[in-house]
Write a protein that binds this ligand. Structure first.
Ligand code: ATP
Ligand code: MG
Length: 330
């Protein structure tokens, strides 16, 4: 597909994807800087407007003060960043989309399903259903709004080669979607390492200009970071990169009113880096960036128990759901 407009559906009343503008029009942005910014994924005003000065400085190899000036001007031109009344904020929050997980109990725990413009983390030990949930949400988002979807498509970043098209076929049938069409609306990329994983968010932005992408799945968010930055001395750089990755994901969520679903293993053994065996990896970095953190554990098969941890606006609680052949069910 070429640079044609994002297809709109009757169910989705989202604004069109931002129109690319010449970054060169911003004061202080020459051709070389504009190229570097675009390479780093800053292709329009909105993305610059919501970026942090240090990220922009690093991407364009300029000083933070210059980056701040560029961002301020992008904000002015994109008309963002001023004060908003509570009414406007409420209206924006009312635009938030929600996607069903397939289990009402789990949807209720999340306040009505997986939310757009936010990161939802599913953590838990192996076999607790993180990957199954990721598959199911990638299917369900395709449903019309009145059936719990957003009539939209998914970018699925697979870091552990556990994406299974066969499961999508089962789950699509389970919700009455055509399996081949459902597979066509999930854009899968295998991430070979953490660096590649981060680059893929930029690729997702490009794709989102052509396709109605309203969900990014990262399964697993932390596996590459964890295996590449093993030593104690590497904890700081690892957390820094993970932080950047999460903020790029959040930026995607804000720009495209998209949901971000990430999975995270818990530390299997107590060791110096991850002392608590039930703590999701990535510690406070993930804790700060993720709006909804759901910790999964096994129960009597095929049941799983989900617990919501540290949510800003929802009570802590638990939900039981089942992993079935057709997918996630009550
Ligand atoms: P890991 O940490 O290893 O990635 P995970 O949390 O991603 O684990 P999943 O792969 O989501 O775990 O869950 C695997 C479980 O899903 C299986 O143990 C099984 O209970 C269930 N499952 C997978 N496929 C099917 C199927 N076709 N029919 C029924 N249940 C299934
Ligand atoms: Mg998995």
């Amino acid at each position: 597909m070429s640079a044609k407009a994002r297809p709109r559906t009757a169910e989705s009343d989202e604004p069109a994807a931002p129109t690319p503008v010449a970054l060169e029009d911003l004061p202080g942005v020459g051709g070389a800087i504009a190229d570097k910014l675009r390479e780093a994924g800053y292709t329009d005003l909105m993305e610059l407007a919501v970026a942090s000065p240090s990220d922009v400085a690093e991407a364009a190899e300029i000083g933070t003060a210059t980056a701040q000036k560029i961002i301020s001007e992008a904000r002015r031109q994109a008309d963002v960043g001023g004060f908003e009344s509570g009414v406007t904020l409420l209206e924006r929050r009312q635009k938030l989309g929600r996607v069903t997980t397939g289990a009402k109990s789990l949807d209720d725990l999340l306040g009505g399903g997986v939310e757009t413009q936010a990161i939802t983390e599913f953590s838990g030990e192996f076999g607790t259903g993180k990957t199954q949930l990721a598959h199911q949400i990638a299917v369900n988002i395709q449903l019309p709004v009145d059936q719990g979807g957003l009539a939209s498509e998914t970018v699925y970043i697979d870091t552990e080669s556990t994406f299974r098209p066969e499961r999508i076929v089962d789950m699509a049938k389970g919700v009455g979607l055509d399996p081949t069409e459902a597979l066509g609306k999930i854009h899968i990329a295998r991430a070979f390492n953490s660096n590649h994983q981060m680059l893929l968010v930029g690729k997702a932005q490009e794709l989102a200009r052509e396709r109605p992408i309203r969900l990014i799945v990262v399964d697993s968010l932390t596996a590459h970071f964890r295996s590449e930055y093993m030593g104690r001395g590497e904890l700081a750089p690892r957390q820094q990169l993970l932080n950047r990755h999460l903020h790029e994901l959040l930026r995607f969520g804000a720009t495209f009113n998209a949901a971000i679903v990430v999975t995270n293993q818990v530390s299997a053994r107590p060791d110096i880096l991850f002392g608590d065996p039930t703590r999701p990896i990535g510690g406070n970095i993930v804790a700060h960036a993720a709006t909804y953190r759901v910790y999964l554990r096994k129960s009597k098969p095929p049941k799983r128990i989900a617990r919501l941890i540290d949510s800003p606006n929802l009570p802590e609680g638990e939900a039981v759901f089942s992993l079935t052949g057709e997918g996630i069910r009550e």
